[in-house]
Design a protein around this ligand. Structure first.
Ligand SMILES: NC(=O)c1ccc[n+]([C@@H]2O[C@H](COP(=O)([O-])OP(=O)(O)OC[C@H]3O[C@@H](n4cnc5c(N)ncnc54)[C@H](O)[C@@H]3O)[C@@H](O)[C@H]2O)c1
Ligand SMILES: C[C@@H](O)[C@H](N)C(=O)O
Length: 335
């Protein structure tokens, strides 16, 4: 097991900060927002175990790897007074289809380890879900929080399983389980990890290096997307929300939806030479065609004030600037 990180997180007047080396959680530098003591008071989960004062700091463990040897993790949790687990480990949609057995192990067995740890140690638990938790029989435009979910990937099946198990454990044992369904997340720091939305990251790197991008999806494939900083902020704000405000345990969050052609057009406003060709990959196209084209995040907006700050125009400007800086710092050519 590799432990991605241990973070001490402050409460009340201080910022909630998490740092991690890789993945979605790689760089968390989070907005300041006080954590009220009320969520602690409202939590059946913690209230039964111990009374925590507002001065005490939530301490967050972010997992990137699992198959935890139980003793060692337990040690980490106890010795560091961990109060929250944020569980990010997963094989994404396309790579999961290429290795179903491994995806099952990581995404389902690994998650069960995390549920057990959370229950045994009275930890609060955040697990991300995804647009991939929906399937061809779900309403696609927009997909609401509660509807038919019959995904056709092992990734989607494992995520629905996680949503349902978490909610079950919440209702049965009071586990403070929280889950956000992320759109495709776009970040300069994350190397595409085998997802169906990877093109939306790769296109920026290609635009600034060769000026050419070969897209594996059709030009008109519309999917929900989100800038990494909105994703991080949503996660933190959701974790900080008082339990009494939550009418659900699993929420959609949305920011924008675009097609490959639309993002390419927006990039061309900065880099007119960008050339995009299309060579459809049938596995990823089939997956994309089964996912929502838009997310309905009305409940997140109403219950805990979710609001994105990045639309397509701002996302493209930010990504081009960030990729340019990253390539320059790495000594790579920038066109
Ligand atoms: N990136 C997105 O667009 C997106 C969208 C929706 C939800 N999510 C969710 O966010 C989480 C992180 O996604 P990401 O984009 O950072 O993915 P990623 O592929 O970059 O990282 C996934 C994590 O899983 C771990 N992992 C990979 N292979 C493993 C293995 N063999 N054994 C154990 N652990 C392994 C990795 O260490 C990594 O930390 C996942 O749960 C994913 O479902 C991501
Ligand atoms: C959408 C998300 O879950 C991931 N980026 C994937 O494409 O698999």
């Amino acid at each position: 097991m590799q432990l991605c990180l241990l973070v001490s997180v402050s409460t009340a007047a201080a910022p909630l900060e998490m740092f991690c080396r890789r993945s979605l959680s790689r760089m968390w530098s989070l907005p300041r927002r006080g954590v009220s003591s009320s969520h602690r008071e409202m939590s059946r989960w913690k209230r039964t175990e111990s009374v925590q004062t507002p001065e005490e700091k939530p301490r967050i463990l972010i997992t990137e790897w699992q198959m935890f040897p139980n003793l060692y993790l337990l040690e980490v949790i106890v010795n560091n007074g961990i109060t929250w687990l944020v569980h990010y480990s997963a094989l994404l949609s396309a790579v999961g289809e290429a290795n179903v057995a491994l995806a099952r192990k990581i995404n389902i067995t690994g998650l069960h380890n995390v549920f057990d740890l959370s229950l045994e140690n009275c930890l609060r638990l955040f697990v991300p879900s995804t647009i991939g938790a929906f399937g061809p029989s779900s309403p696609r435009d927009p997909a609401p929080d509660l509807c038919i979910q019959r995904p056709r990937t092992i990734y989607g099946v494992s995520k629905v399983h996680g949503e349902l198990m978490g909610e079950y454990l919440h209702h049965k044992y009071g586990l403070d389980f929280r889950c956000l369904r992320y759109p495709g997340v776009i970040s300069v720091n994350t190397t595409p990890g085998g997802g169906t939305t990877d093109y939306a990251v790769q296109i920026f790197h290609d635009a600034l290096s060769t000026g050419q991008h070969e897209c594996y999806l059709r030009p008109d494939t519309r999917l929900p997307m989100m800038h990494i900083s909105d994703c991080h902020r949503a996660t933190v704000e959701f974790m900080q929300t008082s339990e009494c405000q939550l009418s659900l345990r699993t929420y959609n969050i949305a920011a924008m939806s675009f097609t490959p052609e639309e993002v390419a057009q927006e990039i061309r406003k900065h880099l007119p030479h960008l050339k995009v060709t299309y060579k459809t990959d049938s596995v990823r196209q089939t997956i994309a065609d089964s996912w929502p084209v838009r997310f309905d995040d009305t409940n997140a907006r109403r219950d805990w004030g979710w609001e994105p700050t990045f639309g397509l125009e701002k996302l493209v400007t930010d990504m081009l600037q960030s990729v340019r800086i990253k390539r320059t710092n790495e000594g790579l050519p920038v066109s």
